[in-house]
Every structure is written in structure tokens, then in C-alpha cells.
Design a protein. Structure first.
Length: 478
């Protein structure tokens, strides 16, 4: 029998303890000889089995737990949830009704009975049960919400809306988001608008209701009403930066980039280092074709959050428009090292081809073909491969570069010389963008060997732009 040797400390358990519990229980199973286990040990082991998707062991452990700890409600709730997860609603209901004799005042178990009855489409029974236990609830938001769902699924619209409003009026800040999420993901447009307006009638200064009403309008492309709703939210709470961001998304969707910039500068007054604000400033200026200004904001966004990968794409796009191809290539590569995106991949390949880096382009095209089985992609890549073959007829770089440079470089002296030779030959033929690309790759791997560049082309030691790049890499290694 297989035993796990470790367990993540993130879950709060010691590896040795879990191994001990696991060994004990699985040995008992194997021998069919059972002895006592503490309830806390069983809970830890059950969570361990769940995390590692050991369904059969979960079931065996629960049956064992219920035998030796028949008055522990936790194990009953585990059992109910296991059966519900498997879609065995009638069996779950049988267990729940059995357990209520032991735990008649456990409200979570009482609620589960109603929820399972609803899953079984026994709406009248579920409603009757919820109304029977409602006075036992300290906070009635969940039970009103569940009653609302029963009426919704049973096509009783008026009662459905009425109970959702009652759930809202309980003012449970945590449960609000369960209600709002259900509105966004389940109900149709008109129903969602109706419920949220009822919430607003009940509490006109509830900003989250205005915000979610805005989202419903926005997701259904009703931009004018979405703007009105988010303006109300901002009027009530002008310190919530998420409201400003949402307004900007609406304006951008409606191509109102200058108006969006004005809102973003208002948001900067609240937080001048908010990465979302900086990113959207980049998007707006990019759409207005002010690429240098857009570049600055994308770069600020990355400086604050180096995992904001959409900003890398935006920055690369702007650098490309500014003819700064080598830098653009770098940021596309950072993006693609972290995100699989076909559109950005094609931008990257096109730029490699534009820089005459045919080998890298071909290698990456092969990687894309392995990742995607797509007829459109095959045509796109065939077009690019054909273009590369056309360009190769005018290729001036030596045979050694064409055949060997694009092979994976090892960390050795010969690879170092080859990379600096590629840069020197590219500069010699007048391909400065390509030369800078090779040079930066060489310096990234072998910054201490930069003098090889001068061995192949001594005149490059007098080039100020090349000297600046070399000095920046030398500085980073000191």
C-alpha cells in the first residue's frame, strides 16, 4: 500500500503527524482490525485525503469516524457534503434527517435539509422547512436567500424578488457578495436589473448595489446606463478606486479615451501607485497613438508590479511603434515566458523575422505548432515560413551563424565567442537592430567576455551607443 511521505505545511499540519495518522488508519484497513483515533487526527487525515483526491479512503475514513465518534456533528457534515458533491441527494437527505435527531439545534444541518430538498426539486417541502426553522436563525440572510432561490426555480417571480430583498435588508456584509454573485452569474438581464433596483429602493446609499447594477448594464453593453450607475456609486463614495477603474472600462469600451484619461488622473489623486490606474493610462494613450506617453505608464505599472503581464504586451507594442524593436522583443519574450497567448506569439514571431532572427522565429513557430492544433495557425505560420525563405536569399550573415547560432548555447567559451561574433558581423553589414539583439543576448549570458566583440570588429569600441549598453551590463554584474 502506498504511503505519502510529505504534506504541505501551508495547511497547518506536520508531515510526521500526517504520516503517522495515515500509516495507522491504512494499516487498520489492511488488517480489518480497528482501534481508537482522536477526532482531531481524523479531521486532519480527512482533509489530507481530500486534498490528494483519495475518494475511496475519504469514504472509508468517514464511515470509521461515524462509528467511533457518533456524536461529532463535524463528521456528519463531511458525510452530507460528500454525498451532495457526488449528486446523491436522496442519500444525503436520509443522512441529514437521521442526524437531526442527534443535533436538533445545529442550524447548518437544518439549513442543509432545505438545500437538499431544493436540489431534489421538492420546492414546497423546502419552503415549508425553511419557514419552520426561520426563527432559529440569528441572521436570516441565508434563509431568506434560499427561500428566494426556491421561488425563483419554482417560477414564482414576486416571492423570489421579495425574499431576495429581505435577504439584502438583513445587511450581512459578507453575505451580500453571495447574493450579488448569484445576480451576475444566474439571472437574466431584466431580472438582475429589477432586483438591484429593488435593493437601491430599499437603501439608495448602498454603493455596492449601484456598482453591481453598473456591472449588469456594462456586461450587456448598455454603456449609458452603466455610466449613470457608476457615477452614483462614486458620488456616494468617492474614495473607492475600483469605482473609477470601472468607469474607465466603460469609457474605453465606448472609445472615449480622453474622458477616461481625465477619470484616471482623478484616481491618481487617491493612489498614485495603483498599477491598474497606470495600466489603463497606458491603454488610453496607446489608443490615442501617443506611444511615448503610453510607454511611460506601462513601464511605471511594471515597476510597481512586475507580474502585471498585460502591461508587458502594451509596453512591447508601444516600443515597436517607436521603432525600438530590440526592446519590444524583450518585453514580448517576458510576456510569453509567463502567458500562453497566440496573438502575442505571432507579434513576437513577426518581430523576430523583421530583425532577421529567422532561427529564433522558426524555433518558436515549432513550439506554437506543438501547443496548438489550429488550422488558422497553420496558415499563419506557413505564410511566415514562406516569407523567411524569401528573405534568406538576401541573407549576408555567414553560414556558421545561419546553421549554428540558433542552436541552444551552452555556458562555455566557444558559445561566448560565437554570440559576440554574431553581433560583430551584424554591425559590420549595417544591421544595427540585429546587432544590438545579438549583443544583448551575449552580454546577458557572458557580460565578462564583451571584449570578444572588439576582437572581431575593433571599430565598435568607438561606438557610443554600444559602449552605453556594454557599460550597463558591466554595472549590473559588479
Amino acid at each position: 500500500m502506498k504511503h505519502f511521505n510529505s504534506y504541505d505545511d501551508d495547511f497547518g499540519f506536520q508531515s510526521n503527524d500526517i504520516n503517522e495518522y495515515q500509516l495507522k488508519f491504512e494499516s487498520m484497513l489492511e488488517k480489518n482490525e480497528f482501534s481508537f483515533m482522536d477526532s482531531d487526527q481524523i479531521e486532519d487525515l480527512y482533509e489530507f485525503y481530500c486534498i490528494h483526491s483519495k475518494k475511496e479512503l475519504c469514504e472509508e475514513l468517514l464511515n470509521f469516524a461515524l462509528e467511533i465518534h457518533p456524536l461529532n456533528s463535524v463528521f456528519y457534515e463531511y458525510k452530507f457534503n460528500q454525498l451532495i458533491h457526488l449528486g446523491k441527494y436522496q442519500e444525503a437527505l436520509d443522512w441529514i434527517e437521521y442526524s437531526i435527531d442527534y443535533f436538533p439545534s445545529n442550524f447548518s444541518i437544518l439549513m442543509l435539509k432545505g438545500n437538499v430538498l431544493r436540489k431534489l426539486y421538492r420546492y414546497e417541502q423546502a419552503i415549508e422547512w425553511y419557514l419552520q426553522i426561520i426563527e432559529l436563525a440569528d441572521d436570516k440572510s441565508e434563509i431568506y436567500y434560499s427561500l428566494g432561490l426556491c421561488y425563483y426555480e419554482n417560477k414564482n417571480h414576486d416571492n423570489f424578488v421579495s425574499y431576495f430583498v429581505k435577504a439584502f435588508n438583513e445587511k450581512n456584509e459578507v453575505f451580500y457578495y453571495t447574493i450579488f454573485n448569484h445576480i451576475l452569474t444566474t439571472f437574466d438581464y431584466s431580472t438582475s436589473v429589477e432586483i438591484l433596483n429593488k435593493f437601491i429602493d430599499s437603501d439608495p446609499f448602498h454603493t455596492e448595489s449601484w456598482y453591481y447594477l453598473c456591472l449588469v448594464y456594462f456586461y450587456n453593453h448598455n454603456f449609458s446606463d452603466a455610466l449613470k450607475a457608476i457615477d452614483y456609486a462614486i458620488a456616494i463614495n468617492d474614495k473607492n478606486i475600483d469605482f473609477y477603474i470601472q468607469k474607465v472600462e466603460i469609457l474605453i469600451s465606448n472609445n472615449q479615451f480622453q474622458d477616461a484619461i481625465q477619470i484616471l488622473f482623478e484616481a491618481l489623486q487617491l493612489d498614485d501607485e495603483n498599477e491598474n490606474v497606470l495600466f489603463y493610462l497606458g491603454i488610453c494613450y496607446q489608443n490615442l497613438e501617443n506611444y511615448d506617453e503610453a510607454r511611460k505608464y506601462f513601464k511605471k505599472c511594471i515597476d510597481i508590479d512586475d507580474s502585471y503581464f498585460d502591461a508587458y504586451e502594451g509596453l512591447a507594442d508601444c516600443l515597436y511603434e517607436l521603432d525600438r524593436y530590440t526592446e519590444a522583443l524583450h518585453y514580448y519574450k517576458v510576456y510569453l515566458d509567463n502567458i500562453i497567448n497566440l496573438e502575442v506569439s505571432l507579434k513576437y514571431i513577426d518581430l523576430e523575422i523583421e530583425l532577421e532572427n529567422f532561427g529564433y522565429a522558426l524555433v518558436y513557430m515549432q513550439e506554437l505548432e506543438n501547443l496548438f492544433n489550429d488550422e488558422f495557425l497553420e496558415i499563419e505560420l506557413l505564410l511566415r515560413k514562406t516569407y523567411i525563405e524569401f528573405l534568406k536569399d538576401n541573407e549576408l550573415i555567414s553560414h556558421i551563424l545561419r546553421e549554428n547560432f540558433y542552436k541552444e548555447c551552452n555556458e562555455d567559451e566557444s558559445s561566448s565567442k560565437l554570440m559576440f561574433q554574431a553581433a560583430a558581423l551584424s554591425f559590420a553589414k549595417g544591421s544595427r537592430n540585429l546587432g544590438f539583439f545579438y549583443l544583448e543576448n551575449a552580454l546577458l549570458k557572458f557580460p565578462e567576455n564583451y571584449e570578444y566583440l572588439y576582437d572581431y570588429n575593433p571599430d565598435l569600441s568607438e561606438d557610443p551607443e554600444i559602449q552605453m549598453i556594454i557599460n550597463s551590463y558591466k554595472k549590473n554584474t559588479q
